[in-house]
Design a protein around this ligand. Structure first.
Ligand code: UTP
Length: 408
């Protein structure tokens, strides 16, 4: 694409403002900028006016689940099956760490945040410590893949290296970079990061497997004989990774996918709920759910749709490879997007100022043939850090870490 073509296209799309100052750029920067413009996915822009209420969704049903009491009763049976798979090298873990963590407002990758109080204890370290418990039990390391974005890749790799992978065997660790997407203000106008460069951000956590394949890591999975991948969010410091009991329950039930869930504490709680929809597993976000569905009760009076997901899923690699090229829905998400204004000044907003376009892992669940809801005890496995203070914060996670006997 040359300058004239870019101008024509941008004028037609009402986005010509981004070409201001184009002629002052070096030839190299001009070429990079034109390539960015050529790659814009204009179809995403039409989604801005849409709303995501689930009027056309359903019918919903309650999904298959193993609840805490059954898991406790069958613990040893599930664990033995899971450990066997791990020992055969069939289970890998993927850490989703490409997000910007804007709500935390921390400059480095979120995993570099120190949750310690009297000592250093980083989020990445908490995760590795949790995984090491399984490594010790199984007597072998578990292939560990880390998804980063071009914004935090260098710092993430550096941090792991500087901390000697927190005792993990480096030969089992691989990093890969996810794709980026452009960002717009509330009027749908493209934002610039600097003159001649679009403001871009990671394209959500839903493209993780496609990004793994793009990085050639599917070959690594095959070489190692991996059949199951446990993906999980960076921000839950109590995250239990490659949990053999979870792996065993999913395998022994004949499922191609498993989701760790917690029990909702009240009907309107802000959790994505696991359901069945048209015979397929599906996640309904709290804002998509009407009052009737949120409050529906089972015969024993308990909530019918009671299991909220905590971004810890187990997928069969075979199924992931089958769906990797499927189109995924694009979500429009409000975020704080740093940008350069018309006067050429850098602006770092403290409140959301526009939209990003994201693929979400929850849409992958719908592509699965089945899914096991695996209930875990919230206080033991769910301590997400989204904010500095308040709900799902560093403060609340510290309390939960202490409750679980972890010295801070
Ligand atoms: P969040 O939904 O909390 O998004 O991510 P975020 O971008 O990290 O945080 P905020 O909203 O800006 O504060 C949930 C998980 O998905 C990963 C995150 O790193 C986290 O583990 N994620 C999110 C990605 O890996 N890539 C993305 O593009 C977005």
């Amino acid at each position: 694409m040359n300058k004239t073509e870019a101008l024509e296209l941008l004028e037609a799309k009402n986005q010509a403002h981004i070409m201001k100052g184009f002629d002052t750029l070096t030839a190299e920067k001009q070429a990079e900028f034109l390539a960015q413009i050529e790659n814009i996915n204009w179809g995403d822009f039409e989604l801005i006016a849409g709303n995501e209420a689930c009027e056309n969704r359903g019918p919903f049903e309650v999904p298959a689940a193993v609840e805490c009491a059954e898991i406790e009763a069958r613990h040893d049976e599930f664990e033995a099956i899971g450990l066997e798979a791990i020992q055969k090298g069939e289970v890998a873990a993927v850490l989703l760490a490409g997000g910007m963590g804007t709500r935390l407002g921390f400059d480095l990758p979120k995993g570099c945040y120190n949750v310690g109080v009297t000592r250093e204890l980083y989020i990445f370290e908490c995760l590795i410590n949790n995984l090491m418990k399984v490594v010790e039990k199984a007597g072998c390391f578990i292939p560990f893949y880390v998804m980063t974005s071009e914004k935090n890749d260098e710092n993430t790799r550096k941090f792991f290296k500087e901390h000697n992978y927190f005792g993990y065997d480096e030969s089992y660790v691989r990093f890969f970079i996810q794709d980026m997407a452009c960002a717009v203000d509330y009027n749908g106008k493209l934002l610039l990061e600097e003159s001649g460069r679009l403001a871009t951000s990671p394209n959500g956590n839903g493209g993780w497997f496609a990004s793994m394949v793009k990085a050639g890591l599917d070959k690594d999975l095959h070489k190692r004989g991996v059949k199951w991948i446990n993906i999980f969010a960076v921000d839950n410091v109590l995250q239990q990774i490659a949990d053999p009991v979870f792996v065993g329950a999913t395998i022994s039930g004949g499922f191609c996918c498993g989701s760790k869930v917690v029990r909702k504490v009240e009907p309107q709680e802000k959790l994505g709920l696991l359901c069945m929809e048209n015979g397929h597993p599906s996640i309904v976000e709290y804002y998509e759910m009407d009052k009737d569905m949120a409050e529906a009760c089972a015969a024993d009076g308990s909530l019918l749709y009671k299991h909220g997901v905590i971004l810890n899923y187990l997928f069969a690699v075979e199924k992931l490879e089958e769906i990797v090229n499927n189109n995924m829905m694009v979500h429009v998400v409000e975020k704080k997007i740093p940008y350069v204004n018309e006067a050429g000044e850098n602006v770092s907003p403290t409140e959301p100022n526009g939209y990003k376009f994201e693929l979400l892992v929850l849409d992958m669940i719908q592509m699965m043939d089945n899914n096991l809801a695996f209930e875990v005890v919230r206080e033991k496995e769910f301590a997400p850090i989204k904010n500095l203070h308040g709900v799902d914060s560093v403060d609340s996670a510290r309390e939960l870490l202490k409750l679980n006997g972890i010295e801070l």
